[in-house]
Design a protein around this ligand. Sequence first.
Ligand code: ATP
Ligand code: MG
Length: 409
Amino acid sequence: MKFKEALLIKYGEISLRGDNRHLYEKRLLRIIRRRLSRFDGLRAMYENGRFLVECDTEEFDYDSVMPIVSKVSGIVALCPCLMTDERGIGEIYEIALFYMNRAYADRPFTFKVKTRRANKSYPMHSQEISAAIGEYIINAMEMSKVDVHNPDVTLCIEIRNHIYIYADTVKSLGGLPYGSSGRGMLLLSGGIDSPVAGFLMAKRGVDVTAVYFHSPPYTSERAKDKVLDLARVLSAYTGYFKLYVVPFTDTQLCLYKQAQPEKLTLLLKRSMLKIAEALGQKEKCHCLITGDSVGQVASQTIQSLAAVESAAAMPILRPLAGMDKQEIIDLARKIETFDISIRPYEDCCTVFAVKHPETKPNKTAVEAAERRVRGLDESVAEAIESAEIFEITEREITERDAPREIFTL
Ligand code: ATP
Ligand code: MG
């Protein structure tokens, strides 16, 4: 009986892609390899509709590997398994029994066996294999009982290039491989919402670059550090991450001095979008991403969003549009941005907030008000020119402490 521990990785939606499927698979495999590059003796490879992570030793360090892989989008499930090259049904019985004994000896349990035969050259059909292994286990384990409808344990046998035996399936992140859905420029404030928005789009495969608008001395260095820390957390899901920090004080003062107070926030947001779009073009982005949620504050009513978004031609994705604040907070906790977001440093929009902002602005009037602001275009152009770049490199990501818990949504 020869076998060893390995990790079988299932991917979701990309298996539905037609002709491009192999490109998605290739991209995802590359990402998995990069994330696992911190481990010696591990190999990730394609395995007939799955990925396989194999190690040099008999024992696999699931506790270290699974938390990292669970943050890779495009993967739907992780299955710690026993893997063998023995093809005889007799050997498969034995390994299956070893697996079950290891996990379920000395206690009653119900089970069923589910076989998938991706390699059709195997001489028995899936049903036959399941029935034969089921019978072998019942006979060998006194306290076992078959229940095909509602079993405690589903023992899976997968016949591919190798043969895999497992019963645990750990649900993973889902989504699409990072970078397979184009590129987006995320407006990343230090708040609760925008990091969650960035996470959600990254999960759908959008390659995210971020921009933060910094207004010293009204916003402190610590507010900027907070955004950098948020970028670091996001990079555990995305890999390499680039953050632009845009000096926004002049633009903000220019608007503050000249604009009607009730339109100030809208005009600030419009300038942010213009700058984000210009930087997005540099980065070959296809869209902008914001943390707007409909109706959350005055500048996020539908009318306000409409009056703001005409500042940019790029489509604006707002993945939080339909979410309640509590739902956003729950997600922020899960992805571990929440504790950073609630550090009490001021945001540039809060510093310049007015008492009675418009909630149902007229887009044409807002655009006209913007045209009356002298020196705005110059100030926006200057902000774009002076943006500073911060990078979180792949190396930094692999050298930091690995997460200890498996990530689930
Ligand atoms: P967040 O929690 O993301 O800060 P918020 O609830 O505070 O959002 P607003 O201040 O109206 O809402 O901001 C709406 C969106 O505008 C943010 O989600 C973010 O995408 C963008 N934004 C706001 N301020 C900044 C900033 N200083 N830098 C970058 N983007 C910003
Ligand atoms: Mg904010």
